[in-house]
Design a protein around this ligand. Structure first.
Ligand code: ZN
Length: 240
């Protein structure tokens, strides 16, 4: 079984379409979405519709939750807050209802799926350090937990000494457990502007991060035309 895991699409249709095209050539059996379908970009309805049509494994992200009024926007920075308001005004009621019904966590085979952290999925904490990851491992029993949220592709393993890596490919060792952040499709923040997603091959027990170039300029033009904060367009070319 081969899974494609996408996260943090953030209404960036150009990025999503490029990633879906890349996925179509990867002999994938199932698509999984780790949340934040909307927020920041100009195509919330198109992105939600595309994911709805392709998979039933979709967990809710903090932006999805804020757009449907389930998470306070006071913790968001002003640009993100502006994008949440714009998205709430733009999204179809049916798509909003769909987002509001997504679960915080999902399980498929021996995988746990969550947007932020397994210990407190609704607290929207960022998991960035090895010590923090070590604590998170105590809150689930599956062999791999896939996350998004920070837009930083990274692997954490449960070793004697926890370590974090940014390798492009992870070979899962028998008996070892992992937390994998699959990066962001629609707003990469690790200095590489290309979209990021992961392929998990359950048979070979490998996780591969893939980077996909997309039409950044078109996504930027739409953000500006929609009247969203220009910084949300500018950051896409820098991958930050
Ligand atoms: Zn996000």
């Amino acid at each position: 079984m081969r899974y494609a895991l996408v996260s943090d699409i953030h209404s960036n249709l150009e990025a999503l379409e490029a990633v879906l095209e890349d996925i179509s050539a990867q002999a994938v059996d199932k698509l999984i979405c780790l949340g934040d379908l909307v927020g920041y970009g100009a195509n919330p309805n198109e992105c939600v519709q595309r994911i709805r049509d392709l998979t039933s494994h979709v967990v809710i992200g903090n932006h999805d939750s804020a757009v449907v009024g389930q998470t306070e926007v006071s913790n968001f920075n002003p640009h993100a807050r502006r994008a949440v308001t714009w998205t709430a005004d733009t999204i179809d009621p049916e798509n909003a209802r769909y987002l509001s019904r997504r679960p915080y966590t999902d399980r498929i085979d021996d995988l746990l799926l969550v947007h932020a952290t397994p210990s407190e999925p609704a607290a929207w904490n960022y998991l960035l350090s090895a010590p923090a990851a070590r604590a998170e491992f105590q809150s689930f029993t599956e062999s791999i937990c896939f996350i998004g949220h920070s837009h930083q592709p990274i692997f954490f393993s449960l070793d004697e000494v926890p370590r974090s890596r940014k390798d492009e490919r992870l070979v899962c060792e028998t008996g070892e457990r992992y937390i994998v952040n699959v990066g962001s499709v629609g707003q990469p923040r690790d200095g590489d502007p290309r979209s990021c997603y992961a392929i998990y091959d359950a048979g070979h027990r490998t996780v591969q991060l893939r980077r996909v170039a997309y039409d950044v300029k078109s996504a930027q033009r739409k953000i500006l035309k929609a009247g969203l904060p220009p910084v949300l367009a500018a950051r896409l070319s820098r991958g930050e």
